[in-house]
Unconditional design. Structure first.
Length: 562
């Protein structure tokens, strides 16, 4: 019988109200009948070889050894007392095999030295080491050196993540193990597997839930810089993969000053020991994807998510770590990940040839400007233009931002205090980025002309064409339906434009004679990569239709960021 080892990693910090339900859901896993019935049918059909039966049904003839590994992260409430009580209740159950499901479960509890809080990442790292520390039973798959993950089939050791306020479906482990064992050894040892989820309370954060559960496998990668596309409490990966990535980043001063690391570490130059405790999911997520680059060239998988919901994901407004993580920190990390992996293509301080000619930011609003502000100066110099649909922004002509932020802040502070300040330069230097209409990005010349004509002749009041963001619920039932309706939206828009006469003297963009160099640059925008900094699925399909109309290849020439 084949042994599968699974560690369920649970960091616990002030979770006394929810931890008991969470642990119970992890300790009562089983293999559902629909995953076992096909095995019996195969055997009745005369299949005598175990290998043949296993090949068709991954859960045949396996034994799953589950350890629920809880690390108390310096809780100040009664979380640890609840854990100790549950430990006593489960001690008789520890290691007992359920004959009906071939699953053995045990509860392991750890505490931080000195009862200090290390953050969720540090707690997860220590929880992942509990089996070896407490049970001393992890020699089967133990790696003595850091190397590419093992591909031996007899080394089936997985870790899965669980938050202390969420609830696992009773067949989560069986379902995800079934998916893992259906892959090749290389794939399952280099893959991050997740699942869709149900929200508690139902219908809370409806927009985020609908987006996260509607993503296809392809869009899990294409939208990875917008958000972590697979929520962390549903993750499962091989233990060797977890160790290869060196676990989670911890709040260690040495990490901030480290020049090099054997793996990609998403650490921003402004990170401190306090901020390193935050956003551990996005840091690990992008480390996994960065370290998957060479593997992916061989045709193996990086991200997969089951369509079956395997998690009840609890929403507690203002009480989760994610709600207390500053928006600016998340933006800084997302921008750094995008620059490192896409613009620099994992080259240290270099720029990939595809982006060296420059690129365009779609969206001259808050998100686009914030994205620009967080770029390193050498990357800012590659921004050739902003594009938008808002005539007010376009009529401004340019986005102007100071190049030296610190000098500007000092000058403003001194001025506010009534102190005259003479800058070091006679004339402060500024970034001066043109703002033009998105139609200039169209790859096809004829299409570009048609888009420009449509823009020149449209009515100002045509809000649908403008594609303004709305926070109301869309009329369609899913993200997919919004995309399916794009063609119909375009048809209706074209019919309305036939009634609109061209306004004389209107030009797509007004540029003075002394900006001839910018004019040449603007006319060459159609061959440059584009970063879209306008939220998807918020404009009833209009943004998506506009983006599709320029003919750029998503994932190569075009990336969605907001």
């Amino acid at each position: 019988m084949r042994k599968i080892t699974v560690d369920i990693i649970v960091p616990v910090h002030n979770a006394a109200e929810t931890i008991e339900e969470t642990i119970q859901s992890a300790m009562t896993q089983y293999i559902p009948p629909f995953l076992l019935e096909p095995i019996a049918i195969a055997r009745e059909g005369g299949i005598s070889e175990v290998a043949d039966s296993y090949k068709r049904h991954p859960l045949a003839n396996i034994f799953i050894d589950v350890a629920v590994c809880c690390q108390d992260d310096g809780s100040s409430d009664s979380s640890l007392e609840v854990l100790r009580t549950m430990e006593r209740d489960y001690v008789r159950h520890c290691g007992k095999v359920d004959d009906a499901t071939n699953i053995s479960t045990k509860l392991l509890i750890g505490t931080n030295e000195g009862n200090i809080s290390l953050g969720a990442g540090g707690a997860r790292n220590r929880a992942a080491a509990l089996r070896e520390k407490v049970d001393n039973n992890s020699d089967d798959c133990k790696q003595t050196t850091r190397s590419q993950p093992s591909t031996k089939e007899d080394c089936d050791y997985f870790v899965c993540m669980l938050d202390s306020d969420d609830v696992m479906h009773p067949h989560r482990i069986a379902h995800q193990i079934s998916v893992m064992l259906g892959l090749s050894p290389l794939e399952r040892n280099t893959l991050l597997l997740g699942s869709t989820f149900e929200r508690m309370p139902i219908d809370s954060t409806w927009h985020y839930t609908k987006w996260a559960n509607s993503l296809t496998d392809e869009r899990l990668l294409l939208e990875r810089f917008r958000e972590v596309t697979i929520i962390q409490p549903t993750w499962m990966m091989s233990k060797s993969r977890f160790e290869y990535l060196l676990g989670y980043i911890e709040a260690d001063e040495r990490l901030i000053n480290a020049k090099k690391s054997p793996v990609y570490r998403l650490i921003h130059p402004n990170d401190t020991t306090q901020t390193l405790r935050l956003a551990e999911d996005i840091r690990f997520f992008h480390a996994h994807l960065s370290e998957s680059e060479d593997i992916d060239r061989k045709g193996t998988l990086k991200l997969i998510r089951t369509k079956t919901p395997l998690m009840k994901y609890r929403h507690r407004a203002g009480q989760s770590q994610s709600s207390s993580t500053p928006r600016k920190l998340l933006l800084q990390l997302r921008v750094k990940a995008f620059v490192d992996m896409i613009i620099r293509s994992n080259r240290e301080n270099g720029i990939s040839a595809h982006w060296s000619r420059g690129f365009v930011i779609w969206g001259a609003g808050r998100d686009g400007k914030d994205f620009f502000k967080e770029l390193p100066n050498d990357i800012k110099s590659l921004v050739r233009s902003f594009v938008d649909v808002d005539e007010k922004k376009i009529s401004n002509g340019y986005y102007v931002a100071p190049k030296n932020k610190m000098e500007t802040r000092i000058a403003n502070k001194l001025t506010s205090c009534g102190i005259s300040h003479k800058p070091r330069r006679k004339k402060p230097e500024h970034w001066r980025i043109p703002i033009v209409h998105f139609s200039l990005l169209a790859r096809d010349k004829d299409k570009r002309s048609k888009l420009i004509d449509s823009w020149v002749t449209r009515e100002n009041e045509h809000d649908e064409f403008l594609g303004r963001i709305t926070k109301d619920r869309p009329s369609s039932n899913s993200v997919k339906e919004v995309n399916d309706n794009i063609e119909g939206v375009n048809h209706g828009r074209a019919a309305k434009r036939q009634k609109v006469g061209a306004r004389p003297g209107r030009a797509p963009h007004s540029i003075s004679n002394k900006d001839k160099q910018n004019l040449i640059m603007v006319e060459s925008l159609s061959c440059l990569p584009v970063v879209v900094c306008v939220s998807l699925y918020r404009t009833n399909g209009v943004l998506e239709a506009n983006v599709n109309s320029i003919g750029a290849e998503e994932g190569k020439d075009l990336w969605h960021f907001s």
